[in-house]
Design a protein. Sequence first.
Length: 321
Amino acid sequence: MLTSQVKRLKEIAEVLQNETYDEVEAIQYLLEEIMKKYEVRINLTDIAGISKINSRIDDIFKLYRYHNNPFCNRVKKNEPAFHFCVKSKNVLCNSFKKIRTPFYGKCYLGIYEFYYPVWFNEQLIALICIGQFYENLDYSMEIIRRKAKRYGLNSEACVEDYLSVTKEINFSVSDLNRDVWVLCNLLSLFYRNKILQRSIKSKLQGAVRSAADYYQNKAIISSALDFIKTNYAGKISLDLIAKHCYCSKAYLSHLFKKEMGITITEYINRCRVEHAKHLLDITDLTVAQIASEVGFTDPSYFSRVFKRVQGAYPTDYRKRT
């Protein structure tokens, strides 16, 4: 009996001495445990560049960046609804300038979530959304059908998807609140520690603010590039991209030109031209059809842009082979 107990104590001591976990592993563990414990979905929004501190934390944010479920995926395929989704998220983040504490609310299509802000030095650095739930199911169905009709979506398919991804709150909100606050504080502490580490190394005046700006700007550019690459074929605008990046149009334009060396419009056109070249190579679509496929409403304007970027008109580019 004593031998068995000694062996057990040695095993425990070995775990305590040899197994260590850093902040990123702890954040990942908390996210997984919250989802498992409460059977919820989590969405992370990076406001100040937490995800750009290192590749491991970036991988976590990428995993939880979007509301990846049948209902939201159906809605996001509809251009007007998708635009409204982006703008609504921007409004949500701005609301924390007045409401500094978590709250329970719903999106414009009736999905309820818990919204938790992550703060550092009075600055909103991230947003955690915990969902998805319904309240007053009959009323929610009415909203879904009305909004689906407005956006030209299949209302019954939307209702079916809505029911498949939402549920009633069947757990202690107090318990969830406590667990998510631990996650919020850990994210804030992680950001603080990395900012301070960079500041100490840089030895610059105002280094803390400088380091925070560095990561935030890096996140803004990365977010803008991802958004353009994903939505180049739609009606994207500077205003919509700025809302997606949670910054002003003027700041985004200035930062993008500074970091990328070209304007946002030029980058969008280059992205569209690259995809147009691919379609010219592998399809028999007309130039007008390809223009429409990559986001141009005017084929003549598309040809001029293509010539400016590629050095040849689309028809000449296709003839080269």
